[in-house]
Write a protein that binds this ligand. Structure first.
Ligand code: NDP
Length: 296
């Protein structure tokens, strides 16, 4: 059997960012509106600092305004809520993202709920979660939306396909399942209490792994020809005698690639889609706030 096709998230996300850049240009030229994204970082978590820097860079590249607010780790919750209230009122800011995780003394759910749902470009506010579930104009979480775009690009119509989502987090697993349901898939959500996970996964035409366990999903769990979206990003030690670390997904890639029909690599699969979809959400939020039609 031939190896699976690699789903190239770098190439797809570059194309998406190009389309967003063109739309931002048109908005600026024809309406004098520049979409603006505010990113709030509390504390000095090194991974979060890297994410915020790349969000800023990509935002600026597409011609949008980027407002980065960096606050010390001991910022009181009230101060953060006051900043968010100001961003909610600011007409130059169309999207607000508070980088997670937050320091422990801050209630993350309270902060998420303080963001105006119309500016909630992470799609975590209960209003957006509800709209995604019930139908309506939601802002959809970026990683699952990016995963869906890759799936539709690869498979076209997803109607009737069996999809298994492994993981039920609010950030990835649950919204992914909702999106696949909207696409008329038959959706199973698996989690740490699922019995006989390999047997559940073996039914799937589409497997989305969002677990956070390096290479947990084995090649012999997969139905031959299935499409695998590996959301996991795990840093592990390189095999001896090499030194240092490398990134792997939640799927044992070397095994899966010989069974699946198509698979996202890690890195270079889902990862780059997340920021591209954040930019898309900012553009969509800006268009909706200005009551402009948009095909993004
Ligand atoms: P969470 O830790 O919030 O959720 C993990 C989920 O996996 C839980 O629902 C958990 O089940 C389930 N799980 C844990 N162990 C098992 C197991 N042995 N069998 C079956 N299910 C299991 O993680 P996230 O959803 O936030 O992230 C998942 C992965 O995706 C991580 O590697 C993360 O780094 C990556 N990620 C990547 C992004 C990207 O841009 N590409 C963005 C966001 C995340 P239970 O609920 O029962 O505990």
């Amino acid at each position: 059997m031939t190896d699976a096709t690699l789903i190239d998230g770098n190439a797809f996300s570059a194309g998406l960012r190009d389309r967003i850049r063109a739309q931002v240009h048109t908005l600026r030229e024809t309406r004098r509106i520049t979409p603006g994204l505010a990113v709030v970082l509390v504390g000095e978590d090194p991974a979060s600092q890297v994410y915020v820097r790349s969000k800023h860079k990509r935002t600026v590249e597409t011609g949008m305004e980027s407002f980065v607010h960096t606050l010390p780790a001991d910022t009181p919750e009230d101060e953060l809520l006051t900043l968010i209230a100001g961003l909610n009122r600011d007409p130059q800011v169309h999207g607000i993202l508070v980088q997670l995780p937050l320091p422990r003394h801050i209630d993350a759910q309270k902060v998420i709920e303080a963001i105006d749902p119309a500016k909630d470009v992470d799609g975590f506010h209960p209003v957006n979660v509800g709209r995604l579930a019930a139908g309506g104009e939601a802002l959809v979480p970026c990683t699952p939306y990016g995963s869906l775009l890759l799936l539709k690009d690869r498979l076209g119509d997803l109607s009737g396909l069996e999809a298994v989502v492994i993981g039920r987090s609010n950030i990835v697993g649950k919204p992914m399942a909702q999106l696949l349901l909207q696409e008329n898939c038959t959706v199973t959500i698996a989690h740490s209490r699922t019995r006989d996970l390999p047997a559940v996964v073996r039914r799937a035409d589409i497997v989305v792994a969002a677990v956070g366990k390096p290479e947990m999903v084995r090649g012999d769990w997969l139905k031959p020809g299935c499409t695998v979206i590996d959301v996991g990003i795990n840093r592990v030690a390189k095999p001896a005698p090499e030194e240092g670390t490398r990134l792997v997904g939640d799927v044992a890639f070397a095994e899966a690639v010989t069974v699946a029909g198509a698979i996202t690599p890690v890195p270079g699969g889902v990862g780059p889609m997340t920021i591209a979809c954040l930019l898309r959400n900012t553009l969509v939020a800006c268009a909706r706030q200005n009551r402009l039609p948009l095909d993004a």
